[in-house]
Design a protein around this ligand. Sequence first.
Ligand code: NAP
Ligand code: HSE
Length: 431
Amino acid sequence: MREIGIGLAGFGTVGAGVFLNVEKNRALLRERTGCDFVVRQVAVRDLAKKRAAALPSGCATDQWRALLDNPAIAVIVELMGGIDEPLELVREAIKRGKIVVTGNKALLAEHGAEIFRLAAEKKVPVFYEAAVAGGIPIIKAVREAFVANHFQRIRGIINGTSNYILTRMAESGMDFASALAEAQAAGYAESDPTLDVNGWDAGHKAIILASLAYGFWVPGRDVLVEGIEKISPEDIRFAAQLGYTIKLLAFIDAGADGAVEVSVQPSLVPNGNILASVRGVFNAIALRGDVVGDALFYGRGAGQDPTASSVIGDLADAALALESPRASCGFIPHTLYGKLRPAADVVSPFYLRLGVDDRPGVLARIAGLLGEAGIGISSVIQPETEDGKKAALVLMIHDAPRGRMLSALERIRALDCVHDEPALYRVEAAA
Ligand code: NAP
Ligand code: HSE
């Protein structure tokens, strides 16, 4: 039996899951891969920390650089989180010819171009299935199974924590903070959950998916990313009344001109769209290729075992790559695309909720400003108010370019009859 020596950098939610599941299914992995995956060294930050899973005895260190110097390690599995130290670890591993497996989407979104340039130069593969959508094998699908396709559109619910929070808020009336605490306790959230709720964890994953789909590294500064922090129970209720569910959606679209839209936005998804029924920690990615047509991927997007499943899949790929070197090191750049569509130019329908004075003429003034911008209203709800003075006004807006919609909203906000922070969300198509 061929032994594959592994250096595990990180023994938290995912790292421990990889170790435990390799142990649990060792016999099956031996049968399927013809290899024995042996964890030779484990790096953690704090050796004295109390852990749900005990560190493997005799091979734990608090010096991750020791993994690089260990000649018995052929594959470095980076599951530390953060950016600076993982970048150094990954760079050094590649330079020393050690294959890299990582679940670190922040690292790849910010430094993917450099990492894969180095990987190609040194002919050392970098595998990263766990970086996008936890247990769903979407990287392999986009990179390999759909190699024949131009991707026309990709839609994804790709942050388990925010989908969990939105589901709990919508279905149990739970408040935001309690739902986030549950997601953290379940091991879904990042060590800094800010990235989950401000949309950037999904943003990093969208950047990786789009880069892979279109063959150029998408710069994060040009990607519109909004989180779920401002979604109110009121908007969740109005959306439900109108037949929608609010989801944090990643939009990746290539237009006929070849320009690519990449964004992450809280959006109203029609209940008839399958993505509206994706609940809890589950993720889903719906993609359309010009050859395959529509395809849908669904599964657990975070958590110990689903993520470990993806990392172990990468270990099997690493074992194959050690046996017969590959032409591809994980990302193949090309020049068929390369241009991003500015967020302001993206056209979509919108949901707009305003706090307004409940008096005659208000709706006409707002509709007038929208009309002057060439923006049409498709429906209006204004529930009766208790005090008869202030009302919520919900407008469903026809297709409009985002930039024009935002300019019109600025003018609307300046009206003396409009109060409070408005809520503006993109509305997704029926399918
Ligand atoms: P975690 O529970 O916070 O674990 C991080 C591990 O890395 C801990 O064992 C920590 O040591 C160790 N570590 C951190 N800094 C270190 C350093 N400087 N030197 C040595 N060890 C260090 O994080 P996680 O949830 O497992 O996530 C790990 C990675 O996987 C992240 O990149 C994350 O984005 C990604 N990911 C997570 C999930 C998920 O569901 N959680 C899913 C997909 C991808 P101590 O144990 O001593 O603190
Ligand atoms: N924090 C991430 C999420 C982990 O909630 O989706 C999986 O990448």
